[in-house]
Design a protein around this ligand. Structure first.
Ligand SMILES: *[C@@H]1O[C@H](CO)[C@@H](O)[C@H](O)[C@H]1NC(C)=O
Ligand SMILES: *[C@@H]1O[C@H](CO)[C@@H](O)[C@H](O)[C@H]1NC(C)=O
Ligand SMILES: *[C@@H]1O[C@H](CO)[C@@H](O)[C@H](O)[C@H]1NC(C)=O
Ligand SMILES: *[C@@H]1O[C@H](CO)[C@@H](O)[C@H](O)[C@H]1NC(C)=O
Length: 386
């Protein structure tokens, strides 16, 4: 049965193919044509696609090559990446991390690139800089030779326009109290931030009440040709000098090395690093020099006198008038800005410069009230030479 059915089936099947063949025989050419056309069409489409694919894959292969070349450029260390100053002064380092980073010093004296030495102007302020327009005029045209850093109260929001030289020059700051270690720490913070720019060679500490007494050229020449750094450091007998020394500071600090000087200093790069890397004297002064020992008048002068006395001029470059007496120096306003005033400054007692007597003893002066700005701007060429 099975075979029969099978044979029958196969017979029938055998029949079927015949009919099928017969049936297919007529539409075959049309279908074949359709197939051929379809294949032709597909072939054309494929060939177009493949041409595009080749081009595309070339582009795709080239782009990664170009990209990888750029990437390898930025991924490899270059000298440029080490010597470029930070583009943004804001950072997330705390003081410990910042001072450590800033204490890096090259051990080979020659720089393997053209290093233009800059002056870092470090402004220690509470907030605004009322005399900024005068400083802007002072800096104008000397863009390659200076950098600016501002330490203000953390709560202060600066609003210098983008065109100002002070725009974006604020460093991460903390509260600094007059006569306290927090003041010295603010100064060290300024030094450390300025040290991150390897081109900064000299470091001026200034306040918002300071003005320049000469033009930039004179200042740059004076500082770049000096053998010494300008840190006021005197051994003053009496209650306001040696009287502030605490014997608990020995043996790190002995009374013979105890010094007093103005807070407003200029130091070179070596001394700046010495100041920020100090771990020996800092704890002693923090613990044993508290009001009425005003630590900002003693810490740096004493420390540097012990470590590098031969590098110090022992005088400050910032003029100030204590002649009126009291705890604070005189503040000069609108009415003070006249010929006699600047004559008096230039005729102040002679000093030495590179061991030679000179009458040019001050590059800056303080303290100036905001009201002095008008007459200073008006007469800046005559009085200040810019
Ligand atoms: C800074 O951070 C490090 C690591 O978190 C910490 O050890 C150090 O004490 C911090 N320094 C300051 C001054 O907060
Ligand atoms: C280095 O800089 C100075 C001053 O900008 C320039 O006169 C000198 O040609 C420069 N030297 C090199 C090697 O670039
Ligand atoms: C201070 O004096 C002591 C004893 O005379 C001496 O051992 C020490 O080295 C001196 N310190 C400095 C910083 O000169
Ligand atoms: C500054 O004072 C120190 C001693 O405290 C001395 O060794 C140094 O020679 C003085 N500097 C100048 C320029 O006289």
């Amino acid at each position: 049965m099975k075979a029969r059915i099978g044979s029958q089936g196969s017979l029938e099947e055998g029949k079927d193919p015949v009919t099928k063949v017969v049936n297919q025989c007529k539409p075959l050419p049309i279908r074949l044509l359709q197939f051929i056309l379809l294949f032709l069409g597909l072939g054309i489409v494929f060939s177009f696609v493949s041409v595009y694919m080749v081009r595309y894959s070339v582009v795709q292969n080239v782009i990664p090559m170009v990209q990888s070349r750029f990437q390898s450029c930025s991924q490899q260390f270059s000298l440029e990446s080490w010597i470029r100053p930070p583009s943004n002064l804001l950072h997330s380092m705390n003081d410990t991390q910042l001072f450590w980073r800033a204490s890096f010093v090259p051990r080979i004296k020659e720089y393997p690139f053209n290093r233009t030495r800059k002056i870092a102007f470090m402004f220690l302020t509470r907030g605004p800089l009322p005399l900024a327009p005068l400083w802007e005029r002072f800096f104008k045209g000397n863009e390659k030779l200076y950098s600016i850093y501002i330490h203000s109260l953390p709560s202060y929001k600066p609003d210098f326009p983008p065109s100002s030289v002070f725009h974006g020059r604020q460093i991460p700051s903390q509260v600094a109290e007059w006569g306290r270690m927090s003041m010295c720490d603010a100064e060290r913070r300024l030094l450390a931030n300025a040290l991150l720019d390897i081109s900064n060679e000299w470091f001026f500490l200034l306040s918002e009440a300071c003005i320049p007494l000469h033009n930039f050229k004179v200042v740059y020449h004076y500082i770049s040709k000096s053998r010494y750094s300008f840190m006021g450091a005197v051994d003053e007998p009496g209650p306001y000098g040696r009287g502030r020394y605490n014997p608990n500071m020995s043996p790190e600090v002995n009374i013979t090395e105890w010094r007093k000087g103005s807070q407003w200093f200029e130091v070179n790069r070596k001394l700046a690093v010495d100041i920020i890397k100090d771990e020996v004297y800092h704890p002693k002064f923090e613990q044993f020099c508290r009001p009425a020992c005003y630590v900002d008048e003693h810490y740096f002068p004493t420390m540097l006198t012990i470590e590098s006395p031969r590098l110090l001029a022992n005088r400050t470059l910032t003029y100030v008038d204590w002649s009126r007496g009291g705890a604070h120096p005189a503040t000069f306003g609108k009415a003070d800005i006249n010929d006699q005033f600047f004559k008096r400054i230039s005729e102040s007692p002679a000093c030495t410069y590179n061991d030679q007597p000179t009458s040019l003893c001050y590059l800056f002066a303080r303290k100036f009230a905001p009201s002095a700005l008008g007459p200073l701007l008006e007469h800046s060429t005559k009085f200040l030479g810019f």
